[in-house]
Design a protein. Structure first.
Length: 660
């Protein structure tokens, strides 16, 4: 008996796949990455449907690379009414091309230009905006140079060029009226002369502006997404006890595009709440949404670090934190909009030492390095009185110390003149919850997920080069999740109620598998804007004194995909260590892209800066990809769309292959 052919009943039909493509796109783009990945594997028909729909494919590609789509990039341009926003198909093509070129570290096209003003000691670079002071290495002035690299033709426009030596300006450069100085061939005698035979002059004029603000700028910070420029001015306040001078510090909130007071700031100038004991300042900045955070280091005898946070739109000083007498705040970085990490050096006194009474004998002192995590409640508009109200601003809050994370022991010897290493932590962009909206026509379409990103920490060993064969410098890399998993939720009562609670200590052994340590002979970066999202660029110097760029990719999903593609499995804790090189790295190469699966041993000699690490391995749970590119320069910095290289900190700018 022959079987009857099976017919599909009305109840068995899939009504979902019969919906219009627009409705299907809305449904599937609401799925998370894991659920959407399973949909691709259900059957061939659904896989084809999802792959051919550009909206769904763009959504999936963004999630697989920890990126978000900036909705503001899809709205019509007010400045350019004839400009048509990119479609989902165009955005998908652009994103795929960027990811491919990033993997191979190759530019699509090349452009170059030269810097014409001398280099100062202040700089900042973020999201295509380069800001530099022009007063020389030691002096201060109000003359600042602004470069908008977003005005280059495309994101991948990069080329390395040679340039003549910079012409230094006279120390008597005037700041008479504080007005903007456009760069022209008829530059005045107190402005920087142009190189008249510069072939890139016209391009440079399109992207470069000079501005004299009329006062000495001690520090500055920028947030291009909010068109925010913060300038720091230090003024003489008077005399302390008729013996020593005191200074006050003021933060000017300006528009990056017009150099006028920022229209969203209720107060155009924020005052530092304490007087300073000296004119020179050492500051670190973070700007995230409506929060402006400033860390002042080594400014008084009572403390080794003071951190203040303002809601810059209202002028409310929302948080205030001062370090303890035995704790030195080295730097800080925001982990979330309501938390930050502070690398610290703690000083300990051995009370049993016989040298307590000998002031010139430091053998009773010891130092340890840590990362302290702090959190605070979110800023709220209900906490601040209205602009026309006579009510005073609420007092600042003290952030809650959540946890202390131990770092490995670094070598120091005060008797020999080797102090404890200094720590500088960095991550970009800030973990803002709002999309960048500024620069109509140049709004970034792809924005990193604020919950993801790479944290790097430069460990600079003091004076170690005089006592060892190499210039000792380490770079510690970890994902942001390594620290944020220890934070409470923003609504936790721990952040709003004051009660006695000692902070928990996280031992180094519990996180070492999630942390990479490169060193001890890593090239020290002259500029620190060398990390963006999950990528990090580093200068490598060979034995022949040749330089090249190394671009690292720590994105977990991309690295896991490469591991599965190449068949390289994660090593287990009980895996034999034979075959791992003493330098600490073993790689698998594929078309010039290297995959590092595990880091081996670090040299434990004290001259290399680390104590007792010959029995430890680091980074077994943090593999990464990297690709190398020849470099004719000394400095490499990056953002989400390009890498900028420079011949030296004093004379030359180069723009190199783009990143995402």
């Amino acid at each position: 008996m022959s079987a009857k052919p099976r017919t599909t009943s009305e109840a068995d039909r899939s009504r979902l796949l019969e919906l219009p493509d627009e409705i299907l796109a809305r449904i599937f783009t609401h799925l998370d990455r894991q659920s959407l990945s399973k949909c691709y594997r259900i059957n061939k028909y659904l896989n084809t449907l999802l792959s051919e729909n550009s909206t769904i494919s763009l959504h999936y590609t963004l999630m697989c690379n920890n990126l978000l789509l900036n909705s503001d990039a899809l709205r019509p341009s007010i400045k350019y009414p004839n400009y048509a926003p990119s479609s989902s198909a165009q955005l998908l093509s652009t994103l795929r091309e960027r990811l491919t070129r990033l993997r191979n570290f190759t530019p699509k096209s090349e452009t170059d230009f030269s810097l014409v003003e001398p280099e100062g000691r202040l700089y900042e670079y973020l999201e295509g905006h380069l800001v530099r002071s022009t007063a020389g290495e030691r002096a201060l002035s109000g003359n600042i140079a602004f470069y908008d690299l977003n005005k280059l033709d495309d994101w991948e426009d990069v080329e390395e060029v040679e340039v003549e030596e910079m012409v230094q300006t006279s120390p008597s450069t005037s700041r008479r009226e504080g007005r903007e100085q456009p760069i022209t061939a008829e530059a005045s005698e107190d402005s920087t002369p142009l190189l008249m035979d510069d072939p890139e002059k016209e391009l440079g004029e399109n992207i470069r502006r000079l501005k004299d603000f009329g006062f000495d700028v001690a520090e500055f910070a920028i947030d291009p997404g909010q068109d925010l420029l913060v300038l720091v001015e230090v003024k003489v306040a008077g005399w302390r006890n008729n013996r020593s001078r005191s200074w006050t510090m003021h933060l000017h909130l300006m528009s990056l595009s017009t150099f006028e007071p920022h229209p969203l700031a209720r107060q155009s100038v924020l005052d530092w709440p304490w007087t300073l004991g000296r004119q020179s300042v050492n500051l670190a900045f973070q700007i995230c949404d409506d929060g402006l955070y400033v860390l002042s280091m080594n400014q008084s005898n009572e403390t080794s670090g003071t951190l203040c946070g303002w809601q810059w739109t209202t002028g409310w000083r929302a948080i205030s934190l001062r370090s303890a007498g035995t704790v030195s705040f080295e730097s800080f970085v925001l982990l979330t909009p309501t938390s930050f990490a502070v690398p610290v050096v703690m000083t300990h006194l051995d009370m049993t030492s016989g040298a307590l009474g000998e002031l010139n004998n430091p053998i009773d002192l010891s130092f340890t390095h840590h990362i302290q995590l702090y959190a605070f409640p979110p800023f709220s508009s209900t906490d601040v009185p209205a602009a026309n109200s006579s009510e005073p601003m609420p007092p600042p809050r003290t952030p809650t110390h959540i946890k202390t994370i131990d770092l490995p022991d670094f070598y120091y010897d005060l008797v020999a003149g080797i102090g404890p290493p200094r720590l500088d932590i960095r991550t970009d962009p800030p973990p803002r919850t709002t999309f960048p909206t500024f620069q109509d026509g140049h709004i970034q379409p792809f924005v990193p997920d604020p919950k993801t990103g790479l944290i790097i920490m430069n460990v600079t060993c003091q004076n170690a080069g005089e006592f060892s064969e190499i210039d000792v410098h380490f770079v510690i890399c970890m994902l942001k999740e390594t620290l944020t998993k220890h934070l409470p939720p923003p609504t936790s009562p721990l952040l709003t109620k004051e009660f006695a609670r000692p902070s928990t200590v996280v031992r180094w052994e519990s996180i070492q598998d999630d942390v990479r340590i490169f060193g001890p002979d890593i090239e020290r970066p002259a500029w620190v804007c060398n990390v963006f999202h999950n990528r990090y660029v580093q200068i490598i110097r060979t034995a022949q004194d040749r330089l090249f760029m190394r671009l690292y990719d720590f994105d977990p999903l991309r690295v896991l995909k490469e591991i599965r593609k190449r068949g390289a499995a994660f090593p287990h804790e009980d895996q034999d260590q034979d075959g791992w090189s003493p330098s600490g790295l073993r790689s698998i190469e594929d078309d010039g892209v290297f995959l590092e699966v595990r880091e081996g041993y670090l040299d434990g000699e004290v001259t290399y800066g680390l104590h007792d690490v010959d029995a430890l391995t680091f980074g077994s749970k943090l593999p990464f990809l990297y690709v190398d590119r020849p470099l004719r320069g000394e400095i490499a910095i990056m953002d989400g769309e390009r890498i900028v290289t420079m011949v030296s900190i004093a004379c030359l700018l180069r723009v190199s292959p783009s990143t995402d």
